[in-house]
Design a protein around this ligand. Structure first.
Ligand code: ATP
Ligand code: MG
Length: 409
């Protein structure tokens, strides 16, 4: 048997990027031989094994053929006769279809190295169209390598466009899509992921609620970039620049969905867009089965981001309601993430990226003030049950009044 490094490890070494996980392909072996060497079988779908010591993935060379809709609709053929070239041709991009032996000799039948130099994400063969997930993968790689000036080859974009129009994207499972979406959002330039999806028509299929924001104007006084879609991309860009976690990035992407529902006659104003957007955020959350913390934060940011921006003008009673909605006493981290999302929203405006955001510290201070209210003295005064709850609230309100006065003095 012959063993080669493939995929990302080869690509990233040639790019001079750190290699994190290594994928291997094995030519000329059978499952029985692998097991005899101590490899552990994994993966129900394909003959893939884990190395007994390193734990890295070793896949038997295989060919694939489409036999139905979606991901389940693949038949594969793995046998000792499958050649390296045959295995490489089923891969998505030329830069991912190179192999390397233990002497670092490159096998590159589909000109991955040429495309690396040309900074092009190009599909390997027309079979690209057989797996709609590749649309998301290409957009994700575009986001990852945008900083190195990679772009999607026009023929590949055209294939992605055909895939998006064909209805195949709808066959993707929530789990597979979310895995790509979440990884893409964590790249350095997640806005490029959304841009590429939009360019090939996939955004309209996957997240029509986000697609609808392009072409929707906002008041120029607050939003010099005017377009709501452009604003959303900038917010995402800021979130990545400020190294925000996935929860915040997801909330940033969805925070303004309500603006896509505003009747044209009301443009460029968006009255009550926060509230109107909630059902859209919920729909996107559920479509991709986003993790609970992402879902929750997206909904809270959608509902309250304007409160965040107006923090310094909020009445103490409104501030208190905000803090209560976030259960800031038990979930301090979530409130921090809300503040971060609001700040990214404010910074995601053309020309205002560097403007300070005093609301952030003000909100933190308010949360601290409310938190300082001690329960013990109220218990000692004999408050119980609902009355105790009311008493705590009254004390917190007092603390917030004092906080606001001190802050404006
Ligand atoms: P990463 O750095 O994100 O791990 P990678 O290129 O190694 O990038 P993997 O998902 O680990 O990506 O997949 C390893 C290789 O398998 C890819 O480089 C590609 O050749 C191939 N591959 C993975 N998924 C697909 C797919 N859906 N269609 C075609 N080829 C794929
Ligand atoms: Mg990999």
């Amino acid at each position: 048997m012959q063993i080669y490094k493939v995929g990302g490890a080869v690509r990233d070494r040639l790019l001079g990027k750190p290699v994190t996980d290594i994928d291997w392909v094995v030519i000329g072996a059978t499952t029985e031989e692998m097991l005899a060497k101590g490899f552990r079988p994994v993966g129900a779908d394909f003959p893939v094994f884990l190395h007994p010591k390193s734990g890295e993935e070793y896949a038997l060379a295989r060919t694939e053929r489409k036999s139905g809709r979606g991901y389940g609709g693949f038949t594969f053929h793995a046998s000792p006769e499958v050649t390296l070239e045959e295995d490489l041709i089923r891969r998505d991009l030329t830069i991912n279809a190179m192999a390397e032996d233990d002497q670092q000799n490159l096998t590159d039948p589909y000109h991955g190295q040429r495309d690396l130099e040309a900074r092009l994400l190009r599909h390997v063969s027309p079979a690209f169209a057989e797996d709609p997930l590749r649309v998301l993968r290409v957009a994700r790689f575009a986001a990852r390598y945008a900083g190195l000036d990679f772009t999607v080859a026009s023929e590949t974009l055209e294939l992605m466009r055909q895939l998006s129009e064909s209805g195949e994207l709808e066959a993707l499972t929530a789990e597979r899509s979310w895995k790509e979406i979440s990884r893409a959002l964590m790249e350095d330039q997640p806005q490029v992921f959304i841009e590429v999806l939009r360019e090939c028509g996939a955004l309209k299929v996957l997240m029509p609620e986000v697609d609808a924001l392009f072409g929707v104007p906002q008041p120029e006084a607050h939003h010099p970039e005017i377009d709501t879609g452009a604003h959303t991309l900038s917010v995402l860009e800021q979130a990545a620049r400020h190294k925000q976690p996935l929860t915040v990035r997801w909330a940033c992407l969805l925070h303004d969905l309500g603006k896509g529902l505003t009747p044209k006659e009301e443009w460029p104003r968006h009255i009550a867009h926060e509230h109107k957007g909630l059902k859209l955020i919920k729909a996107v959350n559920e479509r991709f089965k986003a993790p609970k913390d992402c879902q929750e934060l997206a909904l809270l940011v959608g509902e309250y981001h304007t409160h965040g921006h107006r923090a310094l003008e909020l009445k103490p009673s409104t501030l208190l309601e905000l803090l209560q909605s976030f259960d800031v006493y038990r979930r301090p981290q979530r409130f921090e993430e809300f503040i971060a999302a609001c700040e990214m929203d404010a910074r995601g405006r053309k020309g205002l990226e560097q403007r300070s955001y005093p609301q952030a510290d003000y909100l933190r201070g308010a949360a601290n003030a409310a938190r300082t209210v001690a329960v013990q003295p109220l218990l000692e005064k004999g408050f119980k049950g609902l009355e105790l709850g009311e008493a705590i609230k009254r004390e917190r309100l007092k603390a917030l009044k004092a906080y606001k006065e001190a802050a404006s003095a």
